[in-house]
Design a protein around this ligand. Structure first.
Ligand code: GZL
Length: 355
């Protein structure tokens, strides 16, 4: 039985005890006292209602962004493999198809279903205070994974597990400098023309990666950001934006793709335009996520480097829930460990990868 249900049961017993005491002392409770909603108060003469099937399962409602990328699929798989009935959970997931409003609706639905925990992977950062306030009022803990929300009230969520996206942006600058050196190019010499395929605008991953790269690239005055546009973290849109960039800018040296799927789209566009990319090509490809397909792309000679973003949040979220069930406190913020992977090492490392 979950912590939330135990607390609810204790409250019911305390109320029942209080009502019984009033009745014994002076007959029915005096009219001045607020009548108990009889539909709610358990009738002492009725046998306790049988616990519904699976009452001991912890009911987890997961509000997922969508199915837009390999990273997202790995993230979903991690949650599904963790929150199984065999492990003691009733697990329901909503795929919001990258629409924040659908996520808000899903949270309200989980509140109605009185889940024990809501796990939210927010599509974008803004607009969560009202609905998370409703979850708080319903006594349902909210655990946020992956991206972050903008709020001044951190009582609206119990814990957050995800990546330091600003650091990932910083890491991408070092990744580009190293990738250029790996090609025999001095990153401090000559004009380096860069375009960026941004993720879903307003998402923490996009904000952090864009801002982190922009801040740290100042260390290389010869680097020039020609343009930035959103490919919404999908391969299709990434290819469309890269096709437009190639028409507008004949001298692109580097593509920064804020996830691997947009990088795959950009690589298709570059090849279709009769240009070359990767460790032996003219255009250097720097990506984020480091999913398995990125390692395959690096081994194929298309991608130069990918900055890892770890999607395996299932076990971390379960650790938080187990701690909460045991009445323990949990860290409000927990970053996951991440690395950077280069084409020259991809074949050796890929067999060791978990996603
Ligand atoms: C990052 C995650 C991003 C990935 C994309 O934590 O939110 O969303 O980088 C995914 O692949 O679509």
């Amino acid at each position: 039985m979950t912590m939330k249900r135990i607390l609810a049961l204790l409250m019911a017993v305390m109320m029942l005890t209080a009502l019984t005491a009033c009745g014994n002392a002076t007959g029915p409770a005096p009219s001045s006292q607020a009548p108990v909603a009889s539909s709610q108060a358990p009738d002492a003469n009725d046998p306790a209602p049988a616990a519904p099937a699976g009452d001991d399962l912890i009911y987890v409602g997961f509000v997922q962004v969508g199915a837009e990328s390999d990273w997202r699929m790995a993230n979903t798989k991690s949650m599904q493999e963790t929150f199984t009935e065999a492990n003691g959970y009733k697990f329901e997931m909503v795929d919001a198809q990258q629409q924040t409003q659908k996520q808000i609706t899903a949270i309200r639905d989980f509140i109605q279903k009185d889940v024990d925990y809501i796990v939210l992977a927010p599509n974008t950062e803004a607009g969560w205070d009202t609905v998370l306030g409703e979850a708080k009022d319903a006594g349902i803990p909210v655990i946020i994974v992956d991206r972050m929300i903008q709020t001044n009230d951190d009582s609206l969520f119990t814990a957050w597990v995800g990546s330091n996206f600003l650091q990932e942006g910083y890491d991408a600058v070092e990744a580009l400098a190293t990738a250029l050196k790996n090609k025999g190019i001095d990153p401090t010499e000559g004009e380096i023309n860069i375009v960026t395929l941004q993720g879903t605008m307003g998402s923490s991953a996009q904000i952090g990666r864009t801002d982190g790269f922009a801040e740290k690239m100042k260390e290389y005055p010869n680097w020039k950001m020609l343009d930035k546009q959103s490919g919404d973290f999908t391969q299709e849109k990434g290819q469309e934006v890269m096709e437009a960039f190639l028409k507008s800018y004949p001298d692109i040296d580097v593509v920064i793709a804020e996830n691997d799927n947009m990088a795959f789209g950009a690589i298709n566009a570059i090849k279709a335009a009769g240009k070359t990319c990767g460790p032996n090509g003219d255009i250097t490809i720097v990506s984020f996520d480091a999913v398995k397909a990125a390692f395959e792309s690096m081994i194929a000679g298309d991608m130069d480097v990918s900055v890892e973003c770890n999607p395996l949040h299932g076990p971390r979220v379960e650790g938080i829930i187990k701690a909460l069930e045991a009445g323990q406190s949990v860290d409000k913020i927990a970053y996951v460990e991440e690395g950077t992977f280069y084409a020259k090492d991809a074949a050796e490392i890929m067999p060791t990868r978990a996603y």
